[in-house]
Structure formats: C-alpha cells, structure tokens
Design a binder for this molecule. Structure first.
Ligand code: ATP
Ligand code: MG
Ligand code: MG
Ligand code: MG
Length: 480
C-alpha cells in the first residue's frame, strides 16, 4: 500500500463512522500566545474543547501538519539520529466534540488497525493512565476495561503522567490518554523476550503510533486542573510511523514518504544513502526531514528571520546546511533543489506548497546562500577553538561570537561541540546576548526580521523574485 492510500483509508474509515473531513490548519500559529507552531492535531480545536466556541461538526477527521521543535514538545535533537522522530510530521486524527467518548474511540482504533490495516494483533500493545495521587487523578479503569475486550491483559500496560496524561503545553486542554504501540522486531528477536512486554522506551523497533486522548481538563496558569464543560476525544496517529509499519520498513525514511527527497539528494551529491558511514546517513535523514519543516512553514507564511517563530525556521535551515556541508561534501546551495520534489509529492494533500513553489524555492536558496558565506569561517573558528582548548567546554562569549559574526544558532554550536565531546556554556551565551541587546536597545527591531512585505494582495508585478504566476494567496517579499 502506498502512503497516499494509507492516508486515504484513515480518512475514509472515519467518514464511515460519521466524521466530517476538515483541512489541516496552517503549521504556523498566529492567534495563540501559548504556541508558535502547531504541535498536535488538536490545536486548531482548542476553543471547542474549552467551550469558547461551538463546533460546526461533532465528529471530524483530518491530517494535520505538525512541527515539534520548540516549547513543550521539542524533538529536534532526536531527528535524523533515530528513525521515527521528525521535526514536521503529519498527525492523523479523529475527534469527538462532546459526542462519543472512550468506548467508541477504543473500539474504532482497534478495528482500523487490525481489520482495515491488518496489523497482527499479537504485535500490538496498549497503554493506560495509571493515575496520579499528587494531582488527585484516578487510574483510567474505564479505558482499561474497554481494551480488555480486544486485547489480552498482559498487553495492556499502565503508564505514568509523563506518557499517559497528554498536555498541549504549560496551559490548555489535557486529559488521560491511551496509546498504541507496535512491535516491529523480527519474530526471532521477539521470541527471545517472550512474555516480557516491551514499549518503545525499551526498544527502538517497538514504536508508539497512536495516542487516544480523553480530554477532560484545562490546565490553568496556576498549574491546577479544572474540568472542561464537556468530554471530548482527541486522537493523533503519526502518519510516517504508520506507513513504516504497514510497509514493513525498519525506518520511516525507507518509506515512499521520504524516498523522493532522499533519491534526489543522492543524485545531487553523487552519494548513496544507507550504504556508508552513519554520519552521512544521518545527514541524508536530516535533510529529508528538515526540508519538509522549512517548506511547509514558509508556504504557511512563516519566513525565516532573526526572532520568534522565524528564527526557529532559520535554525532548522542552518542545521540542514551544516549537515550537507560537513557530511555530504556539498559546498553550494542544495536544499532549494528539493522544494519542487516535495511540492509535487504533496500537490493534492497540501497544495499550498505547489502553489508557491517558485517563491519558497527562492527564499530557501537565499537563506542557504547567505549562511554558506559565513559557514566555512565559522567552522574554522570553532575548530580552532576546540583544538586549542584546555577543557572540553566552549565558553559563552565564543558561542556568542559564532552566533553574532558567523550566524551560528546556539543549538548548532552546541551540536558541533557535542560531536567532539565539548559542552557549551548556555548561560554565558545568554549573558553575552543580553549585553549586546542592551547596547543596541535604541535600534528598533522589525517584526519581520530582515524581510519586508511589499504587497499583501499580490498582482503580477515583479518584486525582485520571480513569483509563481498561479499563486493566489502569496504575500510578496523582497530581501532588504
Ligand atoms: P514519542 O513518545 O514517540 O515522542 P509522543 O508521545 O510525544 O511520541 P504524542 O504527543 O502522543 O507523541 O503524539 C501522537 C502521535 O504522533 C504519536 O503517537 C506518534 O505516532 C506521533 N509523533 C509524535 N511525535 C512525533 C515526531 N516528532 N515525529 C513523528 N511522529 C510523531
Ligand atoms: Mg514526544
Ligand atoms: Mg510517547
Ligand atoms: Mg504519546
């Protein structure tokens, strides 16, 4: 089964259960001060859960573009190193807004996985919230009892607050959750641990694929929980992980979701993925991952910049550039060449990228070009420093110099340093940053960083870039 077919089956299944298909919200969040980017399917429905707004449909289903690189959910460090955490990923979800609750959610997730997708039952585990005395939260006996009808009890594991009480952020809707894990190890290995239950914390081949959250509370600023006006279901299934399981692959990157960009990177670099040293493979994975985050963020209106959400995107982009520069032996812009491949692949699912493909390509190219101007000397600077250092530590001032003079985001310096076993003084970096801010307080900071909006309602005028003529909702920018 291809990835698009798998996505479609998810949507069709929930339509058959009375759900209405809604489009993904933009990956960039503009109207919620608690969030920079969409980190879960439920974000766009937050007001329904809180009771601030009435839902147009009681049951909906969708695939949501998510980004987990900041705030409560931040997976950046894992990306490329493991094979199942991405920066940007699709979260398939079904929702009940004050309609069905635990029984239907559990019955349908079981039906979909075992009868439609035909995942063998003896490869599945489920987890249930064990309760938390401090928060006065009870064990989720109800969920346990519904699962018991489908799966033997030795495959139902109790989970703590960290894994089985889902929270969107420091505040907002939350509730106990029940997750589904798939054991992808070969039979021979499974036999070795027969009778001993494993979840993905123990083995990278036992993967969490789906979370069913039973929304019942709102986490307030003072950390207390207040019950929501109604009970809701919010589920999230990692699409890339599901496809990997159904296609029988060992890695998300071996599925047809990533093969297009990986093959194109092979063509551009003359190197092969999966055949040589691991650093090179990590670089292939990082590129295939990061280009998605970059493209969809820009297509949804978040340009790279020097602050806020824009800086998150610039950091991801610079991280990717450094990976191809150092490990794929590529010294000229590469990422922008992957944009059309991705746009084509997602033309029917997320058409916003195809509609703005020329624009996004230009922005990515400019960004790469800019960073490549200082990358070489920045790398020399940090390597010289580490070569002469008496202790395995990069001081805050040097980290700040790398940031200020060479455009190295802090996390990039930290990554390069860690590859040589060095730590970085983060506090010292922040102090140096503060000092500079004080020095330049007089200078006003533009919200848009170093891009300026020329025209909110595009007409076909030339504004410094060749923009897609077919784009209908593109804001035009000029580099200043
Ligand atoms: P994990 O424990 O693997 O980090 P999670 O518990 O943080 O996942 P949830 O918040 O429960 O994830 O999100 C619902 C589903 O989204 C997960 O079950 C998983 O399939 C998928 N998912 C979560 N984070 C990522 C990611 N960074 N990349 C790809 N898929 C993800
Ligand atoms: Mg996580
Ligand atoms: Mg988890
Ligand atoms: Mg989870």
């Amino acid at each position: 089964m291809t990835a698009p077919e798998i996505r479609q089956q998810f949507l069709d299944f929930f339509v058959s259960k009375g759900h209405h298909i809604v489009p993904s919200a933009p990956i960039v969040v503009k109207n919620d001060p608690t969030l920079l980017f969409t980190n879960a399917g439920m974000n766009q429905f937050k007001d329904y859960f809180l009771g601030n707004r009435a839902a147009a449909w009681k049951r909906v289903v969708d695939t949501q573009k998510c980004l987990r690189v900041s705030g409560k959910h931040n997976d950046l460090e894992e990306v490329g190193i493991d094979t199942y955490h991405h920066t940007m990923f699709e979260m398939l979800g079904n929702w009940s807004f004050g309609d069905y609750f635990k029984k239907e959610a559990i019955d349908w997730s079981w039906e979909l996985l075992t009868e439609v997708y035909k995942i063998p039952k003896d490869r599945l585990y489920v987890t249930v919230f064990e309760g938390d005395a401090k928060e006065n939260l009870e064990k989720d006996q109800e969920a346990y009892d519904f699962w018991k009808k489908h799966i033997s009890e030795d495959r139902i594991l109790m989970g703590n607050k960290k894994d089985n009480f889902w929270e969107m952020g420091d505040t907002g809707p939350c509730g106990p959750c029940s997750e589904i894990h798939v054991d992808c190890r070969p039979d021979s290995e499974r036999a070795l641990v027969d009778g001993k239950t494993r979840v993905n914390a123990d083995d990278p081949q036992v993967i969490e694929i789906w979370n069913n959250v039973f929304m019942q509370f709102n986490r307030l600023k003072d950390k207390s929980l207040e019950p929501l006006p109604a009970k809701h279901v919010d589920t999230g299934m990692g699409f890339e992980r599901l496809v990997r399981v159904l296609q029988g692959k060992n890695s998300n990157y071996d599925t047809d979701i990533f093969s297009g960009t990986i093959e194109h990177t092979e063509k551009l670099t003359g190197l092969k993925y999966g055949r040589t040293d691991s650093k090179q493979d990590v670089a292939f994975r990082v590129l295939a991952d990061h280009i998605r985050a970059i493209c969809f963020a820009i297509a949804d209106g978040q340009l790279p910049s020097n602050n806020g959400a824009g800086y998150v995107i610039r950091r991801i982009l610079r991280r990717a550039v450094r990976y191809y520069y150092s490990f794929l032996n590529r010294k000229t812009p590469l990422l922008h060449e992957l944009v059309p491949v991705l746009a084509q692949q997602f033309a029917t699912v997320f058409p916003e990228l195809q509609l703005q493909v020329d624009f996004v390509t230009k922005v990515v190219f400019e960004e790469e070009n800019n960073f490549l101007r200082t990358l070489e000397s920045g790398i020399r600077r940090i390597e010289d420093f580490m070569g002469n250092a008496k202790q395995k530590a990069v001081d805050g001032r040097t980290a700040f110099e790398l940031y200020d003079t060479y455009g190295f985001p802090y996390d990039l310096t930290s990554l390069i340093a860690s590859e040589k076993g060095f730590s970085v003084d983060e506090k010292g970096f922040e102090v140096a940053m503060e000092e500079q801010k004080t020095r330049s307080r007089a200078a006003t900071e533009l919200d848009m960083g170093d891009w300026t909006v020329l025209d909110e309602n595009p007409v076909s005028v030339f504004v410094g870039y060749e923009l897609s003529e077919t784009a209908t909702s593109v804001t035009k920018y000029r580099k200043i």
